[in-house]
Design a protein around this ligand. Structure first.
Ligand code: GUN
Length: 295
């Protein structure tokens, strides 16, 4: 059984990006600049955005963190968020930006995503990018699926002709990953099945997977009886579960019962240190692409 080390792979890719940025600078080109809007104080979002800002520094990018206050007593006016998005759309120094999700419930997330200029939508969430991806046109790919595909590629795990089962149908992981893997081409050409919470007899389907992707956000949901011997298991889950033995008071739990499932697998991603770091690296690659698109 091989542990797929997303952290080490991400570090290698960040070093490659930093080299490309140094080359850009030597050629007199602009340093890529990523901005992130963080609304309110969601604990997970604070961590993710801090990690994105840190990754920008490691890649030699400029980054800007824009914090917008929102509390139940003083909720952010959605018009103020839209105005900030318009400002970033128009700012020639910004190559790409993200609005960290989830947003407070009173804000229409889809309207926010659709307000972002697709040319700066380095999350790949805008319907223009989603649509281009689904028909195989060049676009910004959603970061987590792109990270998974790159991780498989770097571990020489081919997808062509394989049966891939994705558990989870979210707009940011399940659906775009299925679209990417069913395309024609290298690191694609898979036979993809998407399952979800309303799929009857889920285990009978997941057991058919050569590559099983768990992306539903339920800790330890995938148990050993759901996995075929020799399968590759990709765990996208990162749920915070209370853990009094940790200083933070929580630990991150994947969607896979790792201890029980790992011995059956040919390869598996751990949580943390698997898919998570690759998601951030994909965002960096999209930002570099956004800068190159404007050269
Ligand atoms: N929340 C969880 N994952 C993501 C992501 O990839 N991008 C943004 N903007 N928010 C997220």
């Amino acid at each position: 059984m091989q542990i797929i080390d997303g952290k080490a792979t991400a570090a290698a890719i960040k070093a490659e990006i930093a080299e490309k940025v140094a080359k850009r600078v030597a050629e007199g080109k602009r340093v890529p600049h990523l901005a992130a809007i963080l609304v309110g104080h969601d604990g997970g979002s604070e961590t993710y955005v801090a990690n994105k800002v840190k990754a920008c520094a490691e890649c030699g990018f400029k980054s800007s963190l824009i914090r917008m206050e929102s509390t139940p007593e003083a909720p952010l006016d959605p018009a103020d968020l839209m105005a900030e998005i318009e400002r970033l759309n128009a700012d020639p120094d910004i190559d790409g930006f993200i609005v960290q999700l989830p947003l407070p419930r009173h804000i229409d997330e889809q309207a926010v995503i659709e307000a972002i200029d697709p040319a700066k939508d380095v999350d790949g969430f805008h319907p223009v990018n989603v649509g281009k991806q689904s028909v195989g046109l060049p676009c910004f790919h959603s970061a987590t699926p792109a990270g998974i595909v790159e991780l498989l590629r770097r571990y020489d795990i081919t997808t062509a002709g394989k049966r891939v089962v994705v558990v989870g149908r979210s707009n940011i992981v399940g659906k775009p990953l299925a679209a990417m893997l069913m395309q024609k081409g290298p690191q694609a050409d898979a036979t993809v099945t998407v399952c979800h919470s309303a799929t009857p007899d889920l285990a009978s389907i997941t057991r058919q997977a050569d590559i099983l992707v768990a992306a539903l956000g339920r800790p330890a949901f995938v148990t050993a009886d759901m996995v075929a011997d020799g399968a590759v298991v990709i765990d996208v889950g990162t749920t915070r579960v209370p853990d009094a033995s940790r200083k933070s008071g929580f630990r991150l739990s994947g969607d896979v019962d790792y201890e029980a499932v790992a011995p059956k697998c040919s390869a598996i991603t751990p949580v943390p240190g698997g898919v998570g770091p690759m998601t951030i690296v994909s965002l960096m690659l999209n930002t570099l692409q956004a800068a190159e698109n404007r050269d």
